[in-house]
Design a protein around this ligand. Structure first.
Ligand code: HEM
Length: 111
């Protein structure tokens, strides 16, 4: 069936952690060809390759960054994906702050 979800295991995902084959966990994204264009540089992508980057993504990006994700989706979901309780709490809190409008502006310190 065409719409059937495809899955890989965490173990299989570990093989995709190299500069020329760079995947990211949960819903699996292949950022290999884009790492040099990432506005945050390739270092955070390399450091977090083959891991769950959801928290880093939420922390470092404005809401507008979400629309970039789809183009990198491999169609794979992680079969044994597990979110820790502390991550769940963090995401809930970040979501709550966003709803309150606390992340509306991106501000850089000058001085
Ligand atoms: C597929 C994964 C990712 C995508 C599609 C993505 C996309 C983006 C985009 C669109 C921006 C520019 C945002 C803006 O308009 O200011 C950005 C900036 C940035 N990203 Fe990512 N990113 C990804 C993963 C990550 C990860 C894993 C980290 C880890 C910390 C990260 C760290 C950053 C940082 C530090 C910036 C610069 C933020 C700033 O200018 O203040 N990104 N990313």
């Amino acid at each position: 069936m065409e719409n059937e979800k495809k899955y890989i295991t965490t173990e299989e995902l570990q093989n995709h952690n190299k500069r020329e084959d760079l995947w990211i966990q949960g819903k699996v994204y292949n950022v290999t060809d884009w790492a040099n264009e990432h506005p945050g540089g390739d270092i955070p992508l390399m450091n977090l390759a083959s891991q769950d980057v959801t928290n880093a993504f939420l922390t470092y990006h404005p809401g507008t960054a979400w629309k970039y994700l789809d183009r990198f989706f491999t169609s794979y979901h992680l079969e044994d994906f597990h979110v820790t309780e502390v991550s769940r709490d963090y995401r809930r809190l970040a979501n709550e702050f966003a709803k309150q409008g606390l992340f509306k502006k991106k501000q850089h310190m000058t001085s």
